[in-house]
Structure formats: C-alpha cells, structure tokens
Write a protein that binds this ligand. Structure first.
Ligand code: CP
Ligand code: NVA
Length: 308
C-alpha cells in the first residue's frame, strides 16, 4: 500500500498543493452537488480528546455531503481513555475506516496516530497546530481580496496553535505575517524560522513583535484567538493580566488598512481578546470563516483521499 497522505501541519502542503486545495474548496462551495457522491461508501473516524463545535460539525456534515459517513469517537469513550496505546488504536481503526481526523492535546499524539495509520490522518487541532482552520482562513481572505499573495496578516495574542498554523500557512501562500504576543507567550521559534524561510521565497516578511499597534500597521487582515486555549483553563486569570493591551478593538483596527478584515477562529471571548464592536462589526468576517471550514475541509478530504 502506498503511504497515506496525512495533513498534520500547514507545512505539509506545497504552494501548488495549497493552491489546488483552495481552488477545490471554491468549487465545492459554488457547486456542492457536483461532489455529492465523491466519497460514497467511505467512512471518516473522528477522535476528539477536546471539545469542539465547528470542527466536529463541519467534518461530519462535510463527509455526509460527499456521500460518506463520519463516526464521532470521544476520547473518553474509546479505549484510549483507559490506556490503550495510540499506536494500537491507530492500527485497529485504520482497518475499519478510510480516513481519520483527531483533535488532541500533545502534537506528538497526532504524529503517533499518523505513524501507525494505513489511512490518511488529519489534525483537527493539537496544542501546536490547527491547520484545518487556516485552510478556511485562507479561503476567506481570498474571497474578500481576490488574492493572497502580497497581503499582510497581523496576528495579535497568544503564540499558540493558531499563531503557528497562520505563520506557516500564510507565509506559504506568499503573504507577510506579523505576530504580536505578550512577553513570555511567544511562538515556537522553530516554526517562526520555517515561516520566515517560506515568506522570504516570495519576497514577503514574517515579523514577531510585542506591540499590537506595530503588528497591525498596514495589515489587510487582523486575527486574534483566545488567550487561554483548551487545556490552559487554570491559567485564565494570569493570562488576562499578561495580555492587557492586546484587545483587538476599534482603535487597533483603525491602525490597520482601511479595508482590513477581522478574523477569529472562534469561540471568541468578547471583552477579552476582541471587543464586541469589532467582533460583530462591519469588518468582521468570522461567520464566513466558520462556514468555510465546511468547504475547505471537504476539499481537503477529497485531496488526501486522492478523489480530486
Ligand atoms: N475553530 C474551531 O476549531 O472551533 P471548534 O473548537 O468549535 O471546533
Ligand atoms: N487556540 C484555541 C483554538 C480553538 C479553536 C484552542 O486551542 O483552544
């Protein structure tokens, strides 16, 4: 059997592959009926060790719309919760299903799942990466601006999984990325280095700073995410203090380009990382972004299954 095509980070798609998946996502969105039986008889197994609204529903609905079937496997209910190894779980599940998606804590867990799987594994979020979200983000940005190359995305907040996947995905798309984090909450330096190399190949830049105002200067898209991610709930209070001055509000948006859009992977905490005025204001594209999870992931599933 040939090696399955996994999707664990935004680094795994070349520029051409990223273009292919985004073009497919556009077609799938425009004409969903054309793909109604593209994955007939196929089953997606979805392992969730963390909560989810968008990822769970968009993958399940997406698979149904492609003619296939999806299984929700809560980490608490399958034997992983009682100590069965990821390696064994992977080898067993890949005898039953055609595709796996997993939302995990440690990124090592999704890597381990992929290492032992004979079917493609998609990362539905790990502590280090959230690549499916970035496919939808890129689709949304392209819809609004008609292109990606040469645009500038500013990320303001925690140097977390979202920041990492945006760095890799946007830089690969030929965009510039500025990231402003609080001190002590910086991005993974290896990921920043890789993103810098991608951006440089397109004459673009990746900058990491501590000032939200500096990051959003000249930005076409301003992105933020929660300050305490899943698994960090007990740090909430400490993080709220550390991120004072990092709220994306009207004053900060005014420093970005006039036609800049606001993006957030959701769920959002209005009054913390984003003001209600911006989150629900005219520059916000958050619900298109959430919708595009469905289209982008349908395209991704078709791609990794070799069906389009
Ligand atoms: N953005 C995102 O992945 O949302 P969920 O946690 O609801 O899946
Ligand atoms: N950084 C957030 C993203 C949620 C979609 C988390 O990991 O909780």
């Amino acid at each position: 059997m040939s090696n399955p095509r996994h999707f664990l980070t935004m680094d795994e798609l070349t520029y051409d592959e990223q273009r292919h998946v985004l073009a497919l996502a556009k077609k799938v969105k425009r004409d969903p009926a054309a793909y109604r039986s593209a994955l007939t008889g196929k089953t997606l197994g979805m392992i969730f060790q963390k909560k989810s609204t968008r990822t769970r529903v968009s993958f399940e609905v997406g698979m149904y719309q492609l003619g296939g079937h999806a299984l929700f496997l809560s980490g608490n209910d399958i034997q992983i919760g009682r100590g069965e190894t990821i390696a064994d779980t992977s080898r067993v599940l890949s005898r039953y299903v055609d595709l796996l998606m997993a939302r995990v804590y440690g990124h090592d867990d999704v890597e381990e799942l992929a290492r032992y799987s004979s079917v493609p594994v998609i990362n539905g979020l790990s502590d280090l990466h959230h690549p499916c979200q970035v496919l939808a983000d890129l689709q949304t940005i392209e819809e609004r601006f008609g292109r990606l190359e040469g645009l500038h995305l500013a990320y303001v907040g925690d140097g977390n999984n979202m920041a990492h996947s945006l760095l890799l995905g946007c830089a690969r798309a030929g965009m510039s990325v500025s990231v402003a984090t609080a001190r002590g909450y910086e991005c993974n330096p290896e990921i920043v280095t890789r993103a810098k190399a991608h951006a440089a190949a397109y004459g673009q830049v990746v900058r990491t700073v501590y000032s939200p105002a500096e990051a959003v200067e000249g930005a076409d898209a301003v992105y933020t995410d929660v300050w305490a991610s899943m698994g960090q709930e007990e740090e909430q209070e400490k993080r709220v203090k550390a991120f004072q001055g990092f709220e994306v509000n009207a004053a900060l948006m005014a420093r970005a380009n006039e036609n800049a859009i606001f993006l957030h992977c959701l769920p959002a905490h209005r009054g913390e990382e984003v003001s209600a005025e911006v989150c629900d204001g005219p520059q916000s594209a958050i619900f298109d972004e959430a919708e595009n999870r469905l289209h982008a992931q349908k395209a991704l599933m078709l791609f990794v299954m070799g069906a389009a």
